[in-house]
Design a protein around this ligand. Sequence first.
Ligand code: SF4
Length: 446
Amino acid sequence: MQTTLESPVIEKKVEKTEAGNYFVSNYPPFSFWTPEQVPFVERVLHGQAPSRVPLGVYFHIPFCRKRCHFCYFKVYTDKNAGEIKAYIDAGMREMERLTAKPYLNGRKAHFVYFGGGTPSYLSVPQLKDLTDRMKALVPWDEAEEVAFEAEPGTLNETKLTGIREVGVTRLSLGVENFDDHILESNGRAHRSAEIGKAYNFARSLGFEHINIDLIAGMMNETEANWKVCVAKAIDMQPDAVTIYQMEVPFNTTIYQQMKAEGKVTAPVADWQIKRDWVSYAFDEFQKAGYTVTSAYTVVKNPKRIKFVYRDSLWDGADLLSCGVASFGHLGGVHYQNQADVGPYMQAVDSGKLPIFRAYQTTHEDRFVREFILKLKLGRSDWAPYIKKYGEDPRKHFGPQLDYLAKEGFAKLDDAGVSLTRTGLLQVDRLLHDFFLPQHRQYARYT
Ligand code: SF4
């Protein structure tokens, strides 16, 4: 299993923001998931339920009020209440079919996640209908976390009360920026006044964990504005803040505009500037008592505030995922549903599972996946991998780890590896070199 590294991708210096994805959200890369491997999911579903693997449930809501210019998801901004109901009905038929299979039947949810799109786009009756039906299929009464993504402009007191009443424990607010001009010029639907209003009322409802998302380096962002954003976020005192560095994937409105104008460089800050801004935010949050817990997160009280969804998935939990374009993982097999509502609904209507592509992971894939994803937390010890996989990361990733140490991106010790701040801020770019050689040909971090 030893890998070699003859010409590290990481030698390439990229400072300008060009089009493409650098963010590593799963492994192996999606480009290796194929329709031919879908039968592996079916085989898992017919097998026995595992006794010790936690189960998460994900439901995807692909609706938004408008499309952000940096968005690369397939979202729908024109669906009426009847179409939304039909979508929820299809999603619940899909979940019903899956939970009837031996592998899932009778299991309870360890965590639940509503992502999108904009889950808070749903009305309270739609949300109640959806969650009642989900709970009947996979009970949530023992769930450690029920997470829900929300766009501030879709929230009022009734909506937030409804979200709390269906059992959401972790509310994630897509704030992104506090400046109206920046929000508007990046195509966001909400405005700054809606942020504080939604946040304050949500706080009064007693959600266990309120997170706000920020993006460093949106179009028209300046250093002065970023500092104001950080100060405002600290004033709010959320339980956690997630900070992304702006990237410009190919299927975004920004990229279309770049292409039309023949531009290679995206109209957003350079990578080094974005890293500096995130580093500044980390420093300011630390001064305010927060702890940096990953490449993207600061947390007010790490003992109390957990990221159950993220940590369970990185640990290899099962994820029963339903809805258009959603990604799941069952018994070592990754899968993704049809990415467009039309084919998705047709598949469900015709009694089939709407899975479009899948990937059967190997033991080695799972080891690499867990190691690289957990490196995003900034620290990884060797011992858990030796125990769980019989693999010592020092042997498997010798050249990669030496490179990180030599360049000042990490410090190695007898027990494990710790990323330096410099390494942490560009961890996604660095992770591509930890991919197995057969997966590295698609490595790209521009
Ligand atoms: S709110 Fe999120 S999912 Fe919807 S368009 Fe904007 S970035 Fe995309």
